[in-house]
Ligand binder design. Structure first.
Ligand SMILES: Cc1cc2nc3c(=O)[nH]c(=O)nc-3n(C[C@H](O)[C@H](O)[C@H](O)COP(=O)(O)OP(=O)(O)OC[C@H]3O[C@@H](n4cnc5c(N)ncnc54)[C@H](O)[C@@H]3O)c2cc1C
Length: 404
């Protein structure tokens, strides 16, 4: 077990600086353009792949860090650069986490690298859980997976909604109902290999923020995949279903829930990066901008806003680091992952709004980045578990009760 320390080690400091430099020199100058274009920023992701920031190796190196802090530290810098481009770079990690969380070691080695490709041929992964009628309530997925014993194939049908990299990914990881009556306990995760017949992109969503990140519907129309694409294997699934049928309540986590739980500190780190960007910008602005003959920061009304912003940011980082450390060292006991995501997301929304206020009229225009950061921050209270769902998870953990 690694000790919990607030002092980053040499490797972590190096990675922090490396990502920060890329965010400052490559991502920030491109951020406004890709937000306006509302398209996937392929050239920037290719640059990230060239230096090894987008890729399987980077993710693996970050994951083996026993303190758990490398990933949130890197993500904070990346999203400090820009959240839309940051999501374009991090989106495949959710698919990778879905595979690692549910797949056998052989499946992880086969499919996770294919979510990234290489520097000369960049590929993407997509993790497809949400549906038009099932976002927070992932236990009621309608997408069906039916086993065809004669051909040892699975046949998938359904529609997935709001999928990051949906339709443009090389690998789609799809969570589907095998036995709908068992709700979440009757679900399994599947790999849809590249160019599978029957998988297509539905509508591409036009969004409020993180507009450089691609979000679309994924339609599955009689998609046939080999039996080996069931993550974890058939034997394990059959045993799980049998237990669920017998007991009616197996106590096992849904595959989608398990993935989201493990990735929550990282999502908190995304929000933290946006909040810090807005705070730093607003602080500098408040020192320069004069009104009534003095810098606006000389008014307590403005200075106290900044004091509150940095306090909330620092508190969020402490929760994120603690949760990231716990995820690698002993696990969560009181929904600490949810606490970190909840706190950082709400902080990012508040801090970016205050940053607009501090910049006044300029802050409201697209000439300055703070309005973009505010738009980008908002998604963090919605995806990977809304703020209300985080509160629900925390409330259940502290009470031991099935609070509705
Ligand atoms: C840009 C973007 C990217 C996304 N990427 C992905 C992706 O890659 N893969 C994926 O699978 N999904 C993705 N999503 C989907 C996202 O995870 C869902 O939108 C989210 O989980 C919320 O689900 P919903 O939209 O159906 O809202 P609903 O579940 O309908 O919730 C609506 C409101 O009701 C509240 N609510 C619901 N149930 C309760 C309750 N029990 N108690 C209290 N309040 C409740 C919610 O908090 C929310 O405020 C993405 C979404 C967006 C917008």
């Amino acid at each position: 077990m690694a000790d919990f320390s607030l002092t980053l080690n040499e490797d972590q400091l190096q990675i922090q600086k490396w990502v920060h430099d890329f965010a400052e020199n490559v991502i920030r100058p491109a951020a406004h353009e890709w937000d306006e274009r509302e398209e996937f920023p392929w050239p920037v992701v290719q640059e990230a792949a060239k230096i090894g920031l987008y890729g399987f190796d980077f993710l693996m190196n970050a994951m083996v860090d026993t303190t758990g802090l490398t990933l949130p530290v890197a993500i904070e810098e990346l999203f400090w650069g820009d959240a839309g481009i940051g999501m374009a770079i991090m989106g495949s990690a959710l698919a990778a986490a879905g595979i690692s969380g549910n797949g056998t070691p052989a499946q992880v080695m086969e499919w996770v690298p294919q979510c990234y490709g290489d520097e000369n041929d960049v590929k993407l992964g997509a993790f497809c859980v949400s549906e038009p009628d099932a976002g927070s309530d992932v236990s009621s997925l309608r997408t069906r997976a039916v086993y065809d014993q004669a051909s040892d194939e699975w046949v998938l049908n359904g529609t997935k909604a709001w999928i990051t990299n949906g339709g443009i990914a090389n690998i789609h990881v799809v969570v589907a109902a095998v036995e709908p009556d068992l709700k979440g306990r009757g679900q399994a995760s599947f790999i849809i290999p590249p160019n599978s017949k029957g998988l297509s992109q539905g509508q591409k969503y036009l969004k409020h923020g993180i507009r450089a990140s691609h979000t679309a519907e994924v339609v599955l129309d009689d998609v046939r995949i080999p039996g080996s694409c069931l993550l974890g294997g058939k034997e394990k699934l059959d045993a799980k279903l049998a237990r669920a049928r017998e007991r009616g309540h197996s106590g096992e986590k849904q595959p989608a829930m398990a993935t989201f739980e493990a990735t929550r500190p990282s999502v908190g780190a995304q929000a933290l990066g946006i909040a810090r960007a807005a705070y730093e910008y607003a602080l500098e602005y408040a020192k320069e901008r004069h009104a009534f003959g003095k810098p606006i920061i000389m008014n307590q009304a403005i200075a106290f806003k900044l004091a509150n912003m940095i306090t909330e940011i620092e508190a969020s980082r402490l929760l994120i680091w603690r949760a990231a450390w716990l995820a690698r060292n002993g696990g969560f006991t009181n929904a600490e992952g949810s606490m970190s995501k909840y706190k950082a997301s709400e902080t990012a929304v508040r801090v970016t709004e205050e940053a607009i206020q501090i910049l006044g009229g300029y802050g409201y225009t697209r000439e300055y980045p703070v309005e973009r950061w505010h738009r980008d921050a908002k998604i963090h209270t919605i995806f990977e578990g809304t703020s209300e769902i985080q509160q629900l998870v925390i409330a259940r953990a502290i009470s031991g009760l099935r609070i509705e």
